[in-house]
Design a protein around this ligand. Structure first.
Ligand code: PMP
Length: 360
């Protein structure tokens, strides 16, 4: 079913000079564009009433089920301004597919892929003034679905709202692409076997907030989680996937085991690895293997990757037993080579031979 998205006719929104001021230093997820996309769903009618309206607060009954049982899923992708002024999305169909998978796990209705992409595309077109053009800036796009039915029984909500908001963003970490220090959490788990780890849902992030605070207390910027059963196998960071580059030119990342978010950046880098001379491998990675590889020098680089931060070199791993330093190459090594390659594709500076980019 193709949905028509109606756009409001009154373009009386933030003035261009105010947007330009925001674009001077947008931060991350602080400012929001003028509009949002909405599509309603009810168990009787299915998806209806797709529209673009002003970005305004929701009104929801306090009995709305998402407030109580966290029935929610979300996505994150970006629109990039190219040098010629055009705006492009990166792999929006992959986000649409992952969103459908997350919604299935959360017992939420699945929005058809075309409707997801169209809602994003039309919202970005309406708010194109908000796509910044500064170095490594972009418009972060946050689609999500929440159960809104007023009902306190524990079952999937019979009313759901799908919404897309956008936010102009700069670099995710205040320090730019400087290496980050990671706290390795071996007490608290983010997700459990058979749980919602492979879904992008708010509950996973709620569970990661306390460990993230603990990471900050240890002077680290991010938290890394290991498997919940044995506390042995590396899974991912609070908001990014994890990868190793070995001295022998391998790119190794933990395999998707049902607990790890299938990152679209991760998947893109596995594809691009040969282009910077790396052989890509997905397999279980133990914490002991990482520490040993760092000590012996068989691991050359570690990095974290995701839409928000793109690729960020890791400078150290710390856990209860102490700190493990990474000897980060002065020129940034393969991590930065991969990062530059991906960014050049996203911003259209080199040809996209993989069919990943879509013009708005
Ligand atoms: N893991 C987690 C927990 C995340 O929140 C994200 C960000 N979406 C990622 C990995 C990376 O996914 P992607 O590359 O699709 O942004």
């Amino acid at each position: 079913m193709a949905l028509t998205i109606s756009t409001p006719s009154n373009p009386s929104y933030l003035a261009d000079d105010a947007i330009a001021k925001i674009h001077e230093n947008p931060g991350f997820g602080v400012y929001f564009s003028d509009h949002m996309a909405l599509i309603d769903w009810t168990s009787e009618l299915g998806w209806t009433n797709a529209r673009i309206v002003d970005h305004t607060p929701f009104s929801m009954d306090p009995a709305g089920s998402v407030y109580h049982y966290a029935q929610e899923a979300f996505e994150g992708l970006k629109a990039y301004r190219r040098a010629d002024g055009s705006t492009w999305l990166f792999r929006p169909r992959s986000n649409a597919q992952r969103f459908a998978n997350s919604c299935a796990r959360l017992a939420l209705p699945q929005l058809p892929e075309d409707d997801f992409v169209e809602s994003v595309r039309q919202l970005v077109a309406v708010d194109s003034r908000w796509v910044p053009s500064g170095h490594e800036q972009s418009l972060y796009i946050r689609p999500f679905a929440v159960a809104t039915e007023s009902f306190l029984g524990v079952r999937p909500g019979k009313a759901v709202t799908y919404c897309v908001i956008t936010s102009p963003v700069g670099s995710y970490f205040a320090g730019g692409v400087a290496p980050v220090d990671i706290w390795v959490e071996t007490h608290y788990s983010r997700v459990a076997n058979g749980g919602t780890g492979a879904a992008k849902c708010g509950g996973n992030y709620a569970a990661s907030l306390l460990p993230q605070e603990i990471a900050y207390q240890h002077g680290c910027n991010q938290v890394m989680f290991v498997d919940n059963a044995e506390h042995t196998w590396v899974e991912e960071l609070g908001g990014m996937n994890f990868a190793i580059i070995t001295k022998d030119d391998e790119l190794i990342t933990p395999e998707l085991n049902g607990n790890i978010l299938p990152g679209i950046t991760r998947d893109s880098l596995l594809t691009l690895a040969p282009e910077v001379g790396l052989t890509a491998q997905e397999r279980p990675v133990s914490l002991a293997e990482v520490y040993e590889g760092l000590a012996k020098g068989t691991i050359a680089e570690l990095f974290a990757c995701g839409t928000a931060a793109v690729i960020t070199p890791i400078g150290s791993l710390t856990d209860e037993s102490g700190r493990h330093e990474v000897n980060v190459p002065a020129d940034g090594g393969r991590t930065i080579a991969l990062r530059n390659l991906l960014i050049d594709i996203q911003y259209g500076r080199i040809a996209d031979t993989h069919g990943w980019t879509e013009q708005v």
